[in-house]
Design a protein around this ligand. Structure first.
Ligand code: HEM
Length: 274
Protein backbone atom coordinates (compact mmCIF):
# COMPACT_ATOMS: atom_id res chain seq x y z
CA UNK A 1 0.00 0.00 0.00
CA UNK A 2 1.16 3.50 -0.80
CA UNK A 3 1.59 6.21 1.75
CA UNK A 4 -0.48 9.26 0.86
CA UNK A 5 1.18 12.32 -0.58
CA UNK A 6 1.45 14.64 2.46
CA UNK A 7 0.44 17.51 0.16
CA UNK A 8 -2.85 15.92 -0.83
CA UNK A 9 -5.94 16.45 1.35
CA UNK A 10 -6.67 12.75 1.90
CA UNK A 11 -4.04 10.38 3.22
CA UNK A 12 -4.10 6.67 2.56
CA UNK A 13 -4.13 4.77 5.84
CA UNK A 14 -2.10 1.61 6.34
CA UNK A 15 -3.96 -1.67 6.77
CA UNK A 16 -2.88 -5.31 6.72
CA UNK A 17 0.39 -6.85 7.90
CA UNK A 18 3.23 -4.67 9.04
CA UNK A 19 5.33 -3.63 6.02
CA UNK A 20 8.96 -4.43 5.46
CA UNK A 21 11.42 -1.52 5.31
CA UNK A 22 11.38 -1.60 1.49
CA UNK A 23 7.57 -1.72 1.37
CA UNK A 24 7.15 1.10 3.86
CA UNK A 25 9.45 3.37 1.85
CA UNK A 26 8.33 2.15 -1.60
CA UNK A 27 11.99 1.59 -2.35
CA UNK A 28 11.37 -0.42 -5.51
CA UNK A 29 9.59 2.59 -6.98
CA UNK A 30 11.90 5.20 -5.51
CA UNK A 31 15.08 3.51 -6.74
CA UNK A 32 13.77 2.71 -10.19
CA UNK A 33 13.11 6.25 -11.41
CA UNK A 34 16.70 7.42 -12.02
CA UNK A 35 16.61 7.14 -15.82
CA UNK A 36 19.77 8.26 -17.56
CA UNK A 37 19.65 9.61 -21.13
CA UNK A 38 23.36 9.38 -21.92
CA UNK A 39 26.49 7.41 -21.10
CA UNK A 40 27.99 10.40 -19.25
CA UNK A 41 29.51 9.05 -16.02
CA UNK A 42 28.20 11.94 -13.89
CA UNK A 43 24.59 11.82 -15.11
CA UNK A 44 23.39 9.59 -12.20
CA UNK A 45 24.84 12.16 -9.76
CA UNK A 46 23.15 15.00 -11.64
CA UNK A 47 19.79 13.20 -11.46
CA UNK A 48 20.18 12.18 -7.81
CA UNK A 49 21.04 15.70 -6.68
CA UNK A 50 17.99 17.17 -8.40
CA UNK A 51 15.65 14.44 -7.17
CA UNK A 52 16.96 14.79 -3.61
CA UNK A 53 16.45 18.57 -3.80
CA UNK A 54 12.87 18.07 -4.98
CA UNK A 55 12.21 15.68 -2.06
CA UNK A 56 13.53 18.29 0.35
CA UNK A 57 11.46 21.02 -1.33
CA UNK A 58 8.39 18.84 -0.78
CA UNK A 59 9.30 18.35 2.88
CA UNK A 60 10.00 22.08 3.31
CA UNK A 61 6.55 22.92 1.93
CA UNK A 62 5.06 20.53 4.48
CA UNK A 63 7.09 21.98 7.35
CA UNK A 64 6.31 25.57 6.33
CA UNK A 65 2.60 24.74 6.34
CA UNK A 66 2.97 23.36 9.87
CA UNK A 67 4.95 26.41 10.97
CA UNK A 68 2.32 28.79 9.61
CA UNK A 69 -0.37 26.93 11.54
CA UNK A 70 1.61 27.25 14.77
CA UNK A 71 2.35 30.94 14.11
CA UNK A 72 -1.33 31.64 13.49
CA UNK A 73 -2.17 29.87 16.76
CA UNK A 74 0.47 32.04 18.53
CA UNK A 75 2.24 28.85 19.65
CA UNK A 76 5.71 30.27 20.24
CA UNK A 77 7.39 27.07 21.44
CA UNK A 78 6.33 24.94 18.48
CA UNK A 79 7.10 27.79 16.08
CA UNK A 80 10.68 27.85 17.35
CA UNK A 81 10.93 24.06 17.07
CA UNK A 82 9.63 23.94 13.48
CA UNK A 83 11.75 26.91 12.41
CA UNK A 84 14.85 25.05 13.63
CA UNK A 85 13.87 22.02 11.55
CA UNK A 86 13.30 24.15 8.44
CA UNK A 87 16.74 25.71 8.92
CA UNK A 88 18.34 22.28 9.33
CA UNK A 89 16.78 21.11 6.05
CA UNK A 90 17.91 24.22 4.15
CA UNK A 91 21.43 23.71 5.52
CA UNK A 92 21.47 20.19 4.08
CA UNK A 93 20.29 21.46 0.69
CA UNK A 94 22.98 24.16 0.70
CA UNK A 95 25.67 21.59 1.56
CA UNK A 96 24.71 19.53 -1.50
CA UNK A 97 26.56 22.05 -3.64
CA UNK A 98 29.81 20.57 -2.23
CA UNK A 99 28.84 17.38 -4.07
CA UNK A 100 27.64 19.15 -7.24
CA UNK A 101 30.92 21.08 -7.49
CA UNK A 102 32.80 17.80 -7.93
CA UNK A 103 31.28 17.61 -11.43
CA UNK A 104 33.88 18.82 -13.97
CA UNK A 105 32.70 21.22 -16.70
CA UNK A 106 33.40 18.61 -19.40
CA UNK A 107 30.98 16.11 -17.87
CA UNK A 108 28.13 18.63 -17.91
CA UNK A 109 29.06 19.80 -21.43
CA UNK A 110 28.58 16.21 -22.64
CA UNK A 111 25.31 15.83 -20.74
CA UNK A 112 23.85 19.18 -21.79
CA UNK A 113 22.62 18.18 -25.30
CA UNK A 114 20.52 15.45 -23.66
CA UNK A 115 18.72 17.95 -21.40
CA UNK A 116 17.14 20.06 -24.15
CA UNK A 117 15.53 23.04 -22.43
CA UNK A 118 14.96 21.18 -19.12
CA UNK A 119 16.13 23.23 -16.13
CA UNK A 120 15.28 23.43 -12.43
CA UNK A 121 14.16 26.94 -13.37
CA UNK A 122 10.91 25.05 -14.10
CA UNK A 123 10.75 23.53 -10.58
CA UNK A 124 7.17 24.16 -9.49
CA UNK A 125 7.96 23.24 -5.90
CA UNK A 126 10.75 25.82 -5.76
CA UNK A 127 8.36 28.47 -7.10
CA UNK A 128 5.77 27.45 -4.52
CA UNK A 129 8.40 27.71 -1.78
CA UNK A 130 9.37 31.18 -2.99
CA UNK A 131 5.68 32.14 -2.78
CA UNK A 132 5.39 30.74 0.76
CA UNK A 133 8.44 32.82 1.70
CA UNK A 134 6.75 35.90 0.27
CA UNK A 135 7.47 36.23 -3.45
CA UNK A 136 4.52 37.79 -5.28
CA UNK A 137 4.89 37.80 -9.07
CA UNK A 138 1.95 36.89 -11.31
CA UNK A 139 4.35 36.06 -14.14
CA UNK A 140 5.57 32.94 -12.31
CA UNK A 141 2.37 30.82 -12.21
CA UNK A 142 1.45 31.55 -15.83
CA UNK A 143 4.56 29.74 -17.05
CA UNK A 144 2.73 26.50 -16.19
CA UNK A 145 -0.21 25.06 -18.22
CA UNK A 146 -3.57 26.69 -17.25
CA UNK A 147 -5.18 23.69 -15.53
CA UNK A 148 -2.01 22.16 -14.12
CA UNK A 149 -1.67 21.37 -10.44
CA UNK A 150 1.63 23.30 -10.46
CA UNK A 151 -0.05 26.52 -11.59
CA UNK A 152 -2.87 26.15 -9.08
CA UNK A 153 -0.52 25.47 -6.18
CA UNK A 154 1.74 28.44 -6.97
CA UNK A 155 -1.22 30.79 -7.52
CA UNK A 156 -2.82 29.56 -4.27
CA UNK A 157 0.42 30.15 -2.33
CA UNK A 158 0.63 33.70 -3.73
CA UNK A 159 -2.97 34.34 -2.60
CA UNK A 160 -2.33 33.16 0.98
CA UNK A 161 -0.50 35.03 3.75
CA UNK A 162 3.24 34.38 3.50
CA UNK A 163 5.41 32.98 6.29
CA UNK A 164 6.41 36.56 7.13
CA UNK A 165 2.74 37.66 7.28
CA UNK A 166 2.12 34.80 9.72
CA UNK A 167 5.10 35.87 11.87
CA UNK A 168 3.62 39.37 12.12
CA UNK A 169 0.20 37.94 12.99
CA UNK A 170 1.83 36.08 15.87
CA UNK A 171 3.71 39.15 17.09
CA UNK A 172 0.40 41.08 17.09
CA UNK A 173 -1.22 38.27 19.12
CA UNK A 174 1.67 38.54 21.60
CA UNK A 175 0.86 42.23 22.05
CA UNK A 176 3.38 43.86 19.74
CA UNK A 177 2.21 46.79 17.66
CA UNK A 178 1.97 45.79 14.00
CA UNK A 179 0.75 48.57 11.68
CA UNK A 180 -2.85 47.90 10.56
CA UNK A 181 -1.90 48.42 6.91
CA UNK A 182 0.55 45.56 7.30
CA UNK A 183 -1.63 43.27 9.39
CA UNK A 184 -4.52 43.50 6.91
CA UNK A 185 -2.53 44.02 3.75
CA UNK A 186 -3.49 42.63 0.35
CA UNK A 187 -1.47 39.41 0.60
CA UNK A 188 -1.48 38.94 -3.19
CA UNK A 189 0.83 41.99 -3.49
CA UNK A 190 4.56 42.22 -2.66
CA UNK A 191 5.28 43.69 0.80
CA UNK A 192 6.20 47.35 0.96
CA UNK A 193 8.93 48.02 3.54
CA UNK A 194 7.47 49.79 6.56
CA UNK A 195 9.49 51.93 8.98
CA UNK A 196 6.93 51.44 11.78
CA UNK A 197 7.53 47.72 11.65
CA UNK A 198 11.24 48.38 12.24
CA UNK A 199 10.30 50.01 15.56
CA UNK A 200 8.29 46.90 16.45
CA UNK A 201 11.30 44.68 15.85
CA UNK A 202 13.41 47.02 17.98
CA UNK A 203 10.93 46.45 20.81
CA UNK A 204 10.88 42.66 20.28
CA UNK A 205 14.68 42.56 20.46
CA UNK A 206 14.79 44.92 23.44
CA UNK A 207 12.46 42.53 25.31
CA UNK A 208 14.91 39.74 24.41
CA UNK A 209 12.41 36.92 24.96
CA UNK A 210 11.40 33.91 22.90
CA UNK A 211 9.79 36.15 20.26
CA UNK A 212 13.25 37.62 19.62
CA UNK A 213 14.69 34.10 19.33
CA UNK A 214 12.05 33.33 16.71
CA UNK A 215 12.84 36.52 14.80
CA UNK A 216 16.52 35.53 14.76
CA UNK A 217 15.55 32.11 13.36
CA UNK A 218 13.60 33.89 10.61
CA UNK A 219 16.68 36.01 9.91
CA UNK A 220 18.77 32.81 9.74
CA UNK A 221 16.26 31.40 7.26
CA UNK A 222 16.37 34.51 5.08
CA UNK A 223 20.17 34.35 5.12
CA UNK A 224 20.25 30.62 4.30
CA UNK A 225 17.93 31.00 1.31
CA UNK A 226 20.21 33.78 0.03
CA UNK A 227 23.20 31.55 0.69
CA UNK A 228 21.53 28.77 -1.33
CA UNK A 229 21.22 31.19 -4.27
CA UNK A 230 24.86 32.24 -3.93
CA UNK A 231 26.15 28.65 -3.71
CA UNK A 232 24.01 27.64 -6.69
CA UNK A 233 25.26 30.58 -8.76
CA UNK A 234 28.92 29.81 -7.93
CA UNK A 235 28.47 26.08 -8.65
CA UNK A 236 26.87 27.00 -11.99
CA UNK A 237 29.77 29.37 -12.76
CA UNK A 238 32.26 26.56 -12.06
CA UNK A 239 30.40 24.16 -14.32
CA UNK A 240 29.21 26.29 -17.27
CA UNK A 241 31.17 29.55 -16.89
CA UNK A 242 29.41 32.34 -18.78
CA UNK A 243 27.31 30.08 -21.04
CA UNK A 244 23.53 30.41 -21.29
CA UNK A 245 21.30 28.17 -19.16
CA UNK A 246 19.30 25.29 -20.60
CA UNK A 247 16.09 27.22 -19.84
CA UNK A 248 17.44 29.98 -22.10
CA UNK A 249 18.45 32.55 -19.48
CA UNK A 250 21.82 34.30 -19.60
CA UNK A 251 22.96 31.74 -16.99
CA UNK A 252 25.13 33.07 -14.16
CA UNK A 253 24.26 36.63 -15.25
CA UNK A 254 20.59 35.90 -14.56
CA UNK A 255 21.32 34.05 -11.30
CA UNK A 256 23.29 37.06 -10.01
CA UNK A 257 20.16 39.21 -10.35
CA UNK A 258 18.43 36.94 -7.81
CA UNK A 259 21.09 37.46 -5.09
CA UNK A 260 20.82 39.71 -2.02
CA UNK A 261 17.02 39.91 -2.04
CA UNK A 262 15.69 39.39 1.47
CA UNK A 263 12.25 37.87 1.96
CA UNK A 264 11.80 39.49 5.38
CA UNK A 265 13.15 43.03 4.75
CA UNK A 266 12.45 44.82 8.05
CA UNK A 267 14.19 42.04 9.98
CA UNK A 268 17.35 43.40 8.35
CA UNK A 269 16.67 47.12 8.09
CA UNK A 270 15.63 47.64 11.74
CA UNK A 271 19.26 46.89 12.69
CA UNK A 272 20.35 50.18 11.11
CA UNK A 273 18.19 52.18 13.53
CA UNK A 274 19.91 54.09 16.37
C1 HEM B 1 25.24 21.11 -13.29
C2 HEM B 1 24.38 21.55 -12.40
C3 HEM B 1 23.52 22.78 -12.58
C4 HEM B 1 23.60 23.76 -13.53
C5 HEM B 1 24.60 23.90 -14.67
C6 HEM B 1 22.51 24.69 -13.26
C7 HEM B 1 22.27 25.81 -13.99
C8 HEM B 1 21.19 26.67 -13.80
C9 HEM B 1 20.93 27.85 -14.60
C10 HEM B 1 21.83 28.38 -15.72
C11 HEM B 1 19.78 28.38 -14.16
C12 HEM B 1 19.06 29.62 -14.72
C13 HEM B 1 17.92 29.18 -15.63
C14 HEM B 1 18.38 28.56 -16.92
O1 HEM B 1 18.63 29.30 -17.89
O2 HEM B 1 18.48 27.31 -16.99
C15 HEM B 1 19.31 27.57 -13.05
C16 HEM B 1 18.19 27.81 -12.30
C17 HEM B 1 17.82 27.07 -11.21
N1 HEM B 1 18.44 25.94 -10.71
FE1 HEM B 1 20.15 25.14 -11.38
N2 HEM B 1 21.84 24.27 -12.14
C18 HEM B 1 22.41 23.11 -11.71
C19 HEM B 1 22.01 22.35 -10.61
C20 HEM B 1 20.92 22.61 -9.83
C21 HEM B 1 20.48 21.81 -8.73
C22 HEM B 1 21.16 20.52 -8.20
C23 HEM B 1 19.35 22.39 -8.25
C24 HEM B 1 18.52 21.86 -7.12
C25 HEM B 1 17.24 21.60 -7.31
C26 HEM B 1 19.07 23.56 -9.04
C27 HEM B 1 18.00 24.40 -8.86
C28 HEM B 1 17.74 25.51 -9.62
C29 HEM B 1 16.62 26.39 -9.40
C30 HEM B 1 15.59 26.28 -8.29
C31 HEM B 1 16.68 27.39 -10.37
C32 HEM B 1 15.77 28.61 -10.50
C33 HEM B 1 16.46 29.81 -9.79
C34 HEM B 1 15.73 31.12 -9.95
O3 HEM B 1 15.08 31.35 -11.00
O4 HEM B 1 15.81 31.94 -9.01
N3 HEM B 1 20.06 23.67 -9.97
N4 HEM B 1 20.20 26.53 -12.86
Amino acid sequence: MLLGDPRSPSHATATGPAPTYAEYLNLDQLLSVQFTRSDVADEPLFIALHQICELWFKQLLHECRGLQERLTAADLGQSVRLSRRILAIWSVIVSQFDVLETMPPGQFARLRPHLGTASAFESAQFRELEAVLGRRDAAVAVRYPPDSAARQRIAAAMARPSLYDSLLTMLAALGYLIPERRLHRDVTRPVEPDAELESTFEKVYADDGTAAVLCELFTDLDELVQLWRYRHAKAVERIIGGKRGTAGSSGVGYLRTTLHQPAFPELWTFRSQR
